[in-house]
Design a protein around this ligand. Structure first.
Ligand code: F6R
Length: 615
């Protein structure tokens, strides 16, 4: 949520900042701004809406710039204060000499604001961030030392922050500080960077130093200094970033979402790589650091996650219970953190998150750790905050996901759960060897089956065109594909803004059926041979009897349903237990093409941000 980039060095500062913000745009896009130290002044440029508006604004005012050598930039996802020009970052102190950009929420900003107003500070915006600018300027006026001013100020801030600061009188120095919000320093030759996430700097350097909570970075073009909030120097490890800049290109696809959907076969191959060498041998999951004897006795797992990751967790529950006979609870992180849970040292707590930065899940994980649970994190970002909290870490290796709507990270999470569930089953010896062998065989074939779906999407496109004018949808399924129904409906909501809701098919007659008529399409997910196939068929009949238009998502061998359904989407034949890894693909594509026909902003849907770093 929100994105920060800072740069000092020999390159064109404006281009570096705008490139960095472009690569972070998936994190928020209500407004954007940059501040430059140029001609012994701080110059601020801001625009409302997407980054393109800022680019145009700067292009128009280019003649005002002499030779900026450092700057900070921000894209905003509004929390305090509506998306408006005045609330856009960067924010300055009263005289405009000190400038800040900030991600996070300052919880005690009202008290600080009142105190600073009494001291004569003039506030212009409704943001919590502006308080930081005034507070730091007040501290700077006492010490004339920017680093010290930042140190003294952050000690007074409650809440979460990743903040970058510059001062007119301290040329080409950028100070960054963090607490509960990600921040890293990018190391270069004759240049250095600071950012909230790696895509901002990946085009320029692969060397990064991750800040931890309560750490402060001071960068100049030739130096990086990291300290704690008392000023003690810290010697931090420089890490090599795993991403390639090409990950940030659409590679000829119209949208990142479509590119990422098409990457799924390779993503699955990547996840399986090194885990299943031989279908007769065990799953190799050295990432799980719990002793085998403890795993054998394990009888309770809790999985916590949000959004799409929560849907992957639901599939996880189903298969861990099915394969390994271990009882699993799944809960939205935002619910877990506000109740008395029974988590204890004998519980395995699994946190699932694409970004590894979701605030609710981080808080939930911290609570689980306080209760001495073993914490296993499944994430696409092994460099994230959540990964750092893990006792065991399964990186899902989906590669960077730029589109706000999660697709390939979901599939990668599903495959990680299949591996984990099989691993547990092997340790606990709960599954028949032949069954396990067949499962592995089928798992390995998933990428080819997804390629088959992706090789001809004309049917899905036609279905999308036919149904794009409907205002409401219901998705129904039972058992393991209930999560697929929730996820399919979520994808449609997110990118087309159509009201779509997933229901257990059996629940339809307990209420939702009242909504059914010819204006409400019902999409049923049903896998031939599956335990609830016939029941879902009956539930679809009930919907038909109420004049609902019916769409089926089924597999190729299902020959008897064309009479009942108005439209049939097919996936290659697959066992029901593995089918969520295939059913998600046409559902992603259906949502994509409907949004595309409606002319929606597929990669950056309104009101959403890629990583939700506020609770
Ligand atoms: C859905 C989506 C969100 C995220 C949710 C959790 O397409 O992107 O629902 O799944 O915000 O994010 P992570 O997985 O990063 O914790």
């Amino acid at each position: 949520m929100c994105g920060i980039v800072g740069y000092t060095g020999y390159r064109d500062v404006v281009s570096v900042l705008l490139k960095g913000l472009t690569n972070l745009e998936y994190r928020g896009y209500d407004s954007a701004g940059i501040a430059l130290r140029d001609d012994n002044r701080i110059k601020v440029y801001k625009s409302l809406g997407k980054l393109i508006n800022l680019k145009n604004e700067i292009e128009e005012k280019k003649h005002e710039l002499k030779h900026p050598t450092s700057g900070i930039g921000h894209i905003r996802w509004a929390t305090h204060g509506a998306p408006s020009l005045v609330n856009a970052h960067p924010h300055t102190c009263t005289c405009g000499n000190l400038v800040v950009v900030h991600n996070g929420i300052i919880e005690n900003y009202k008290e600080l604001r009142e105190e600073l107003i009494k001291k004569g500070c003039k506030f212009r915006s409704e943001t919590d961030t502006e308080t930081i600018a005034h507070l730091m300027a007040d501290e700077y006026s006492k010490t004339k030392d920017l680093e010290k001013a930042v140190r003294n100020s952050v000690k007074r801030l409650q809440g979460a922050y990743a903040v970058c600061v510059m001062h007119k009188d301290v040329p080409d120095v950028i100070v960054g500080a963090r607490k509960h919000a990600p921040m890293l320093v990018g190391a270069g030759e004759g240049e250095n960077f600071i950012a909230s996430d790696t895509p901002a700097i990946i085009e320029y350097t692969k060397k990064a130093i991750y800040l931890d909570d309560n750490e402060i970075a001071v960068i100049t073009k030739d130096n990086i200094k990291i300290t704690d909030t008392d000023g003690n120097i810290l010697h931090k490890k420089t890490e090599i970033l795993p991403w390639e800049p090409v990950a940030l290109s659409k590679l000829g696809f119209k949208h990142f979402m479509l590119k990422e959907i098409h990457e799924q076969p390779d993503v699955i191959r990547n996840v399986l790589n090194g885990k299943i060498y031989d279908i007769d041998g065990p799953v190799i999951l050295n990432e799980v650091k719990l002793d085998k004897e403890i795993l054998k006795k394990l009888n309770k797992i809790e999985i916590i996650a949000c959004g799409t990751s929560l849907h992957a967790a639901m599939v996880g529950k189903y298969i861990i219970e099915d394969f390994a006979g271990i009882s699993v609870e799944v809960e939205a992180s935002s619910e877990y953190i506000y109740r008395k849970t029974t988590t204890d040292s004998s519980t395995l707590v699994i946190g699932v998150s694409q970004s590894g930065e979701t605030a609710d899940t981080i808080t939930a994980i911290k609570q689980a750790k306080e209760k001495n649970a073993h914490v296993l994190i499944i994430t696409n970002r092994p460099d994230s905050n959540m990964a750092r909290l893990a006792d065991s870490l399964i990186p899902v290796n989906a590669g960077i996901e730029v589109s706000v709507a999660a697709t390939k990270s979901y599939t990668a999470q599903l495959i990680s759960f299949y591996l984990l569930a099989m691993h547990l089953a092997e340790i606990k010896e709960t599954l028949d060897k032949t069954y396990l062998k067949n499962l592995k065989h089928e798992l390995i074939q998933l990428p080819t089956k997804i390629e088959e779906i992706l090789s001809n999407t004309s049917g899905i496109q036609e279905c999308a065109r036919k149904f794009s004018s409907y205002k409401n949808f219901i998705y129904i399924a039972r058992g393991i594909n209930l999560a697929s129904a929730y996820e399919g409906a979520l994808k449609l909501k997110e990118i087309s803004y159509i009201n779509a809701t997933g229901y257990p098919a059996g629940e339809l007659k307990h209420g939702p059926i009242a909504m059914l008529d010819e204006t409400m399409p019902v999409l049923s997910i049903l896998i031939p041979g599956g335990i609830s196939y016939d029941k879902i068929l009956s539930n679809s009949e009930e919907a038909k009897a109420r004049n609902a238009k019916l769409i089926a998502l089924t597999s190729s061998c299902d020959k008897n349903i064309d009479m009942l359904f108005d439209y049939v989407l097919r996936i290659p034949d697959i066992s029901e237990i593995l089918s969520p890894a295939l059913t998600c693909v046409p559902l992603q594509l259906l949502a994509y093409y409907i949004a595309e026909f409606l002319g929606k902003d597929v990669d950056q849907p309104r009101n959403l941000a890629k990583s939700v770093t506020v609770e």
